[in-house]
Design a protein around this ligand. Sequence first.
Ligand SMILES: CC(C)=CCC/C(C)=C/CC/C(C)=C/C=C/C(C)=C/C=C/C=C(C)/C=C/C=C(C)/C=C/C=C(C)/C=C/CC(C)(C)O
Ligand SMILES: C[S@@+](CC[C@H](N)C(=O)[O-])C[C@H]1O[C@@H](n2cnc3c(N)ncnc32)[C@H](O)[C@@H]1O
Length: 379
Amino acid sequence: MSTIPDQLDPPSAVAPWRRRWTAWRNGVLASPRFQFWAARLPGIAMVSRHRAAQAFDLVAGFCYSQVLMAAVQVGLLDLLRRGPCSADDVALASGLSPQAALRLVRAAAALDLAEEVAPGWWMLGQQGAALQANPGAIAMVRHHALLYADLADPVALLLRDRAAPTALSSFWHYAQDASEHEAASYSALMAASQAMVAQQALAAYPFARHRRLLDLGGGHGAFASAVAKACPALEVAVFDLPPVVAGAGAWLDAAAMRGRIALHGGDFFRDPIPPGHDCITLVRVLHDHDDDACLALLRAARQALVSGGRLVVAEPMAKTPGAAAMGDAYFGFYLWAMNAGRPRSAAEYGALLKKAGFAGWRRHRTAYPVVASVVVAFG
Ligand SMILES: CC(C)=CCC/C(C)=C/CC/C(C)=C/C=C/C(C)=C/C=C/C=C(C)/C=C/C=C(C)/C=C/C=C(C)/C=C/CC(C)(C)O
Ligand SMILES: C[S@@+](CC[C@H](N)C(=O)[O-])C[C@H]1O[C@@H](n2cnc3c(N)ncnc32)[C@H](O)[C@@H]1O
């Protein structure tokens, strides 16, 4: 039930021209007569149709996501990668009925996940090809089952006490006494999705200029391994909670990186951060935490850095041009469901870094900011 009054008093922060212009524009856009004629007027007909399609996609987005989820869960993308297949092939491989398989493959084709290359024969579509080749994105699609469970009643999610457990808060159990199984589940998801993030960070910042790097909250060492491979002369270490570090050996063995990466177990809010590093990285760590905790962590990291060192923050950020929905809509709700943290813009990180004592900061451009942006602090 809404208790919002019909007319709000405008705050003085809103410029009068801005309020009048926005209200006038919105009145025009909301008018059914304008919508009717706009689709027929040369010059703006294309924009109108595009806006209508965008509005439909906004309404139907959950359904599209579930088509993708089904395609991943039944292995449709892997099947289509191997070559043209019919709906009967899909049915045989997935256990779906032929009618259900046909419904799924047609839905996938409508979303560019599949492509009908001849009547009744499908291969991967362009989006399908890019996604199928990205194990990190596929792992995230599967993981979204937890997010969707929490989002089933979004208003209840927003209304509830933020300390109440959710599917995501139970999954991301950051604690010294977390079981190795809990730590291994989230660390495996992070390691699987790290390659795309590391690729962005490595291309954006010259890590090879440093001598010793410490990856704070570095999980099983996937980012540390990527940097170590790219910069053979760099000494690389990981700091993470003891149950996470305890499980890192197996991952590092599989990547043939054991011995190359030093491991430190501890709680970065309580324990001293190992000193002597001229580069400290925080990859997908800060957005998990509320502002006070972030500030404490940034201060501790600055204290631990050697003089002249750099702190590198890499994660998907809010207010990213061209990817704004990823920030405040996706990660805003994701982190709300997780019960801690929020997506921040590069400028907000800049302000926090200054508050933590750093003299300055700079944003380094990444090719795919939807995957990660990079902010570097110095001084
Ligand atoms: C040559 C031809 C045929 C065509 C030319 C046309 C052309 C140029 C096409 C472009 C093709 C192209 C280069 C496509 C590239 C596609 C890419 C790079 C796609 C990348 C997709 C990445 C995705 C979908 C990433 C998703 C990531 C997600 C959902 C991450 C979630 C992360 C979470 C939940 C993290 C949790 C951590 C926590 C707890 C919040 O800290
Ligand atoms: C979202 S994961 C990111 C992992 C890795 N940096 C990556 O991007 O793949 C956050 C990491 O921070 C670690 N972490 C959370 N709280 C911590 C704490 N108090 N002390 C040390 N590590 C912590 C978690 O165990 C986890 O590995």
